[in-house]
Every structure is written in structure tokens, then in C-alpha cells.
Ligand binder design. Structure first.
Ligand SMILES: [Fe+2]
Ligand SMILES: [Fe+2]
Length: 369
């Protein structure tokens, strides 16, 4: 990161003009005090304890002197770019390809960054609105987690020197999560859909990128996100059996719409516009790319088993997931996936500790000579 890039604000890095400096979402819900101080759910209290124990500091845990690659910032496989291998790609100059990879990856990280702010605001809404103290406790730790995630992704974004605003589909789903006066809809949109999608998207970078900085940021954030999805799961699993069939139906309809919305509309036409590439053609290449199709299905890996677990498993949902080709994820063991997220993050810590010890020994050796 050069000093010039470092001193820019995210807004100054936006690759599209006239981005609003703020977004106001009007709210109409009750803030609820719990005078029972109800902390009776052991599962939530256990998760809260974990949330407290596992706080980490992006300043300490990540070595920010590590850089991105100048030609392929996160060192991702070229196939992950939607137009790789097409006649259009073949015609691009080396610099055009570098620009496309840089902007595509920066857009991706920007959506994470923008989504993290969505999560911060949603978690704080849950603190205010959820009726019981145990859920308020956990949502408070999540709020802090999300602030730290924004910090980490902001630092990573600044390494790119370019950023993108929140896409319309993400903004519309976050808007739904915030405007609805029913507290569980916030969980459903944020903890189940957006954080579920995010977990799968973070995992792709963690597991496929060859850049250590990009790997670490995503691995560490995932360690927390797995808990956030668990929070949604535990809270809704307790709540949904208490609702009527008609009320559960409404939630299923919301969920189906949200899933289709994120699958079909979450594209980045603004990248191609900014780079002067034919937008319609590029989007079509993305639609037809086998790698992108696989990636889109994979995005639902963390959502489908959780939806089944919270009891929103009526015919409407099952049909939607069957049509989307993702119903096969229903029986995945999400707890095992979360344990794996945790141990991968710890492996990164162990590697860093090893490298630091080797450097320290080397320095001591030099000093002793
Ligand atoms: Fe987050
Ligand atoms: Fe989160």
C-alpha cells in the first residue's frame, strides 16, 4: 500500500462517480428492555462466552506489511474471472487483463466490506429489538465482531486502491432486514442469508487465493461468521415452532425471494462499465461460465442446511432449492464445517507464530555474531 493510497478514504477510491456519502434507513420498531434479565438458554450463553473469548485484533493478528500482487491482487485462479477464456478475454491487452482482475477482486472485497457494515447495523438492531437478555448479550458481541471485520476489510480494500459501492441487490436485502418491524426477519435476512452466502464466498478466497494476506483476512473473519450463523440458527430454531403455519409460510416466501434475488442479481455490471467493456456481453459470459455456475451453487452450501434446521422446510422452500440445484446441501453437517473454519484459522495463527519464531532466531543469531 503506497502512502498515497493509504491516505485516501474508501469514498475517494470509488470507481464510480457520485456515490452518496450516507444511506438513511427509516426505522419503526420498539426497543425492548428485558426486566427478567432472562439468560436461561445455555446454548446462547455458551455462544456468548465464546464470542467474548475469541475476540481478536486485526492490528495484532494480521501482518499488514504483506502486499497484494500487482498483476493479480489476491492471486486468484484466472478461471474465477467471469470472462476468462472468452473471445473478449483473448482480445484484451495485458494491462486490460490486470485492470479487470484488479477491479473484479476489488469489487468482491467491497461487497464484503459493505455487507459487514450491513451486519454491524443489523446486529445493533437485534440488540435493541430482541426480547431476551441472552440474545442481546450475543448480538452485542456480534456488533463488536462486525466493527472489527469492517476494519480488516477496509485495510485490505485500501491495498487495492480502488473500491465499489454496495450493489443494488445487497442494498435491497439489507433494507428489508432493517425496515421490517419483526425482529426475526432481520435474523433471517442477515444471519441466515447474507452471512450464509458470505461464509461460502469468504471460503472461496481463503481456500483458492494464493495471497497470504487475502487468505488470512478471510480465514479470521470466517472464524467469527460461523458463530454468527449459529446465533441465527439457535435463535430461530427456538422461535419458529411457536409461529402459526401462515406465519411460517410468510417467512418461507421471504426466504425464497431473498435466495433467488442474491443468486440472480448479484453481478457487477459497474466493473465493466468503468473499464469500458461491453456490459451486456460480459454479463452473459458470466451467466454461461461453468466456473461461475459452480460458484453460485456453492454459495448456498452454508444456507440450505441451516434453513432446514430452523424448521422452514415446507414444500415452497424445498422446490426452490431443488430448482436451484442446491437441495443436496440440505444434509451437510454445518457444525463440522464450523469446526473446520475454526481450525483453519488456528492453522494460520500457528504458521505465523512459526515464521515469527524463525525470524526471531535469525535475528538473535545475527546479534550474537
Ligand atoms: Fe462480519
Ligand atoms: Fe457476521
Amino acid at each position: 500500500m503506497t502512502t498515497k493510497e493509504n491516505s485516501k478514504t474508501i469514498r475517494e477510491m470509488y470507481a464510480v462517480p457520485d456515490v452518496d456519502p450516507a444511506w438513511h434507513v427509516p426505522q419503526t420498531y420498539d426497543g425492548i428492555f428485558d426486566f427478567n434479565f432472562d439468560t436461561s438458554r445455555d446454548t446462547l450463553m455458551h455462544l456468548y462466552q465464546k464470542g467474548k473469548d475469541m475476540q481478536w485484533d486485526a492490528v495484532e493478528r494480521i501482518d499488514w506489511t504483506q502486499e497484494l500482487d500487482p498483476e493479480n491482487p489476491m492471486e486468484m485462479p484466472l478461471e474465477s474471472n467471469p470472462i476468462y477464456g472468452t473471445p473478449l478475454w483473448d482480445k484484451l491487452s495485458k494491462q486490460d487483463r490486470i485492470d479487470l482482475l484488479t477491479h473484479g477482486q476489488a469489487w468482491n472485497i467491497s461487497q464484503f466490506l459493505q455487507g459487514e457494515q450491513g451486519a454491524l447495523i443489523c446486529a445493533s438492531k437485534i440488540v435493541t429489538q430482541v426480547p431476551t437478555m441472552d440474545a442481546k448479550f450475543y448480538a452485542a458481541t456480534q456488533t463488536m465482531d462486525e466493527a472489527r471485520h469492517i476494519e480488516a476489510y477496509m485495510n485490505l480494500q485500501k491495498k487495492f486502491g480502488v473500491a465499489y459501492p454496495m450493489t443494488a441487490p445487497l442494498q435491497s436485502l439489507i433494507n428489508d432486514a432493517l425496515k421490517d418491524s419483526r425482529w426475526d426477519i432481520t435474523y433471517l435476512a442477515m444471519q441466515i442469508v447474507i452471512e450464509g452466502l458470505a461464509l461460502a464466498a469468504f471460503a472461496t478466497i481463503r481456500d483458492v487465493s494464493q495471497n497470504p494476506l487475502a487468505q488470512q483476512v478471510n480465514a479470521y473473519v470466517m472464524q467469527d461468521e460461523a458463530r454468527h450463523v449459529m446465533f441465527g440458527r439457535l435463535s430461530l430454531r427456538d422461535y419458529y415452532p411457536q409461529l402459526s403455519d401462515a406465519e411460517r409460510d410468510e417467512r418461507e416466501e421471504f426466504l425464497v425471494d431473498a435466495c433467488y434475488h442474491m443468486r440472480d442479481r448479484f453481478q457487477g455490471p459497474e466493473i465493466y462499465e468503468r473499464l469500458g467493456l461491453p456490459v451486456k456481453e460480459c454479463l452473459e459470459y458470466g451467466e454461461n461460465s461453468e466456473t461461475i455456475k459452480l460458484f453460485r451453487s456453492f454459495l448456498f452450501q452454508r444456507i440450505v442446511p441451516v434453513v432446514k434446521d430452523i424448521g422452514l422446510w415446507g414444500p415452497r422452500i424445498q422446490k426452490a432449492y431443488t430448482d436451484m440445484g442446491v437441495i443436496g446441501f440440505a444434509d451437510l453437517d454445518v457444525d463440522a464445517l464450523h469446526d473446520q473454519d475454526d481450525s483453519i484459522a488456528k492453522d494460520f495463527d500457528a504458521r505465523r507464530a512459526y515464521v515469527n519464531s524463525v525470524i526471531k532466531e535469525g535475528n538473535e543469531g545475527v546479534a550474537a555474531e
